[in-house]
Design a protein around this ligand. Structure first.
Ligand code: FA5
Length: 340
């Protein structure tokens, strides 16, 4: 009698477990059948009245029925959990390989592009690429370059002075001093970097701009070596013949010194604000390293000679891309930057 009741109960509860459509419905079936006050609990309460041998038999049956129903219930609960997870994964699906909406890929600043091109070119020629600090000592920026404190040439470069004999370097030439100390002769180096001058800003002058220093120290270095390097550099950047002129120039750290000007590529030499109507742009001052500079760098000028140049990298970029105002370069204006 009890056995039949249990079998029927097991069948009905199993069917209801399978038919439950939501976790709540399933929970209701569990409470009704297997809860503390549920049907199975009711039946086990009534077992006290049974004869001992019947009690054992029915007890066993009751247990198997109960565990059977519990595992059917657990199985269905797992199905619900898996379905919930699937639904969540579908809803929150994200393709991490898609480009972010509304952003454009960036590009290297034109200055960086040209600097890297020149570094690649010179590295392929066996030239060392050196770096120097932007905050430099007065000694390296001036004294060691044959510009003592009372020298009028100090006024050629309006300096941002800092405390304790430090300044923002006004040119990349102090890296010559560092290069001589670090590499010793013979040496062949370039040093690109940012420099600072306290001067009026106009279409061709910035207070913060880039130069690329070049230096060679070896036996029997001549102006011909220097011209070869400078011509190679210009040919590489412009990939065509550009008109240049070489004229004497004065820098205390070279003797003789020259100015290499490029015919203005903004106006093709006609005259414009960039070249100050002259048709020429000062680009690449250079010369043979002054014996005093070699001496202060610990190199014997009787044994060694050298050349050095100080390319105006920012102006070179302007000429290469036809940029008619230096101020665009540091403006951060995306309309300008996106063209490169
Ligand atoms: C120098 O700075 C020397 N140190 C260069 C040098 C090195 C000469 C080695 C000889 C041997 P100058 O002050 O002329 O020289 O500057 C070099 C170049 O930097 C100029 O030809 C010009 O192209 C660029 N330049 C100078 N001032 C500015 C400025 N305010 N804004 C942008 N470019 C500038």
């Amino acid at each position: 009698m009890l056995e039949t009741q249990l079998e029927t109960l097991a069948g009905t509860v199993r069917a209801r477990i399978l038919a439950a459509q939501t976790p709540d419905e399933l929970e209701a079936v569990r409470v009704e059948a297997l809860g503390r006050k549920g049907t199975i609990a009711d039946i086990s309460k009534g077992m006290g009245k049974l004869a001992p041998e019947e009690k054992a038999r029915i007890g066993k049956l009751l247990n198997t029925t109960k565990t059977g129903l519990e595992s059917a219930l657990a199985e269905r609960q797992q199905e619900f959990a898996a379905a919930a997870l699937r639904a969540r994964l579908d809803a929150e699906w994200l393709d991490v390989t898609l480009p972010a909406a509304g952003t454009r890929p960036g590009s290297l600043h034109p200055l960086t592009q040209i600097q890297q091109e020149l570094e690649d070119l010179f590295t392929s020629m066996g030239v060392a690429v050196l770096d120097g600090p932007e905050v430099e000592s007065e000694y390296n920026n001036f004294d060691a370059l044959n510009i003592p404190a009372d020298h009028p040439a100090r006024d050629m470069q309006d300096t941002f002075w800092l405390s304790a004999g430090q300044c923002l370097r006004t040119h990349t030439s102090p890296v010559q001093v560092r290069g001589m100390a670090r590499l010793g002769p013979p040496l062949l180096m370039i040093a690109p970097g940012r420099v600072f001058r306290n001067e009026e800003v106009d279409p061709s002058h910035e207070h913060t701009f880039y130069q690329l220093e070049g230096m060679m120290v070896d036996r029997d270095v001549s102006i011909a070596h220097m011209l070869f390097f400078m011509k190679t550099l210009l040919k590489h950047i412009f990939r065509r013949d550009v008109t240049v002129r070489l004229r004497p120039g004065y820098f205390p750290f070279v003797e003789p010194g020259f100015e290499l000007d490029i015919q203005c590529l903004i106006c093709n030499g006609e005259g414009c604000p960039v070249c100050k109507q002259s048709g020429w742009v000062e680009l690449l001052p250079c010369g043979l390293v002054h014996p005093n500079v070699l001496r202060m760098g610990g190199i014997d000028p009787e044994q060694w000679g050298g050349f050095a140049f100080g390319l105006g990298l920012t102006r070179l970029v302007m000429m290469r891309y036809g940029i008619d105002d230096i101020r665009y370069l540091q403006s951060g204006d995306l309309r300008f930057l996106r063209q490169f």
